[in-house]
Ligand binder design. Sequence first.
Ligand code: HEC
Length: 127
Amino acid sequence: MLNVSSKLLLRAAVAAAGVAAAVSVQAQGAAKASAPTPAPAAVVGNADAGAKKNSMCIGCHGIPDYKTAFPTVYRVPKISGQSEKYIASALNAYKTGERNHPSMVGISRGLSDQDMADLAAYYANKK
Ligand code: HEC
């Protein structure tokens, strides 16, 4: 948890960034008349949506201490209750190839950023 003073600091930083952005937008507007491209909205995970997307995960992650025998015998990690950020970034790492477990790479390639965020929200809130 953030304490009060770091919250205030954070707010000040956010406000300062907002002012800086507004100034640079004005400067850009003066330079060329076109509107700046809006930054993409951050993807927000929805646990209810994630609950409808986990059918392809439960076969492995739904069983406590489950082990699969392909490609070699390995332990399937428990993902329920891990941090939402951690789950989303792990999924993304499989998708980009930064992590290279064959099953998870295959699965994550089929997931959009929104799917990953929803699944992360779902598993983070699941006991
Ligand atoms: C075929 C079995 C299988 C399926 C299906 C599967 N996983 Fe996995 N998953 C694994 C294994 C095995 C690992 C550990 C891989 C490794 O060591 O990198 C893993 C790792 C993960 C991790 C990283 C966990 C950690 O502690 O670092 C996440 C997050 C994850 N899976 C999410 C999912 C989600 C979400 C789905 C469904 C979309 C899914 N998995 C489907 C087997 C599976």
